[in-house]
Each structure stands twice: as C-alpha cells, then as structure tokens.
Design a protein around this ligand. Sequence first.
Ligand SMILES: [Zn+2]
Length: 88
Amino acid sequence: MLEINCPYCGKRSQNEFSYGGDASVKRPELGKEVSDKEWDEFIYFRKNIKGKHSEFWHHIAGCRQWFKVLRSTSTHEIFKTAKIEEEL
Ligand SMILES: [Zn+2]
C-alpha cells in the first residue's frame, strides 16, 4: 500500500486517492487547428515508461484537490508531490 503526501493534507493512505493519468501529456492549444492524428495521439496514446513518471492524482476521500506525483512505475517509490500549478 502506498502512502501519498497530499500537498494540502499531508501523508495519507493510497485508499483515499484516485489515479488521474499521465501528467506529462500536453493538451493541444485551445482554438488551434489540429489534425486527426494529433488529436488521436493526445486522447489515446501514452508512453509506457519504466522509471520516473509524472502523474495526476485526486484526493477523492480528502480535500478533493488534484495534484501531481513523481513516482517510479517499477518500484512505486514516490519522489515528490506538487500542487497542479507547481513544477515537479
Ligand atoms: Zn488532500
């Protein structure tokens, strides 16, 4: 079981959180014309990284804030957590 350090509440059990996806994916700029291929890549395709990976997590059973986590996909070690507007 992971223990995740919510930037707002502090350390809590993984049971209180929900995984929210890859935080490294950049949404195409609003109003910009994008091809079907670019849109498909944004929506469907993700890298399968082994090692440090930046992720979105939601403190669903706590403060209900979204934040970012830098975690190893192979060891599950959490290196850092940050608020959405902060750098990991
Ligand atoms: Zn929280």
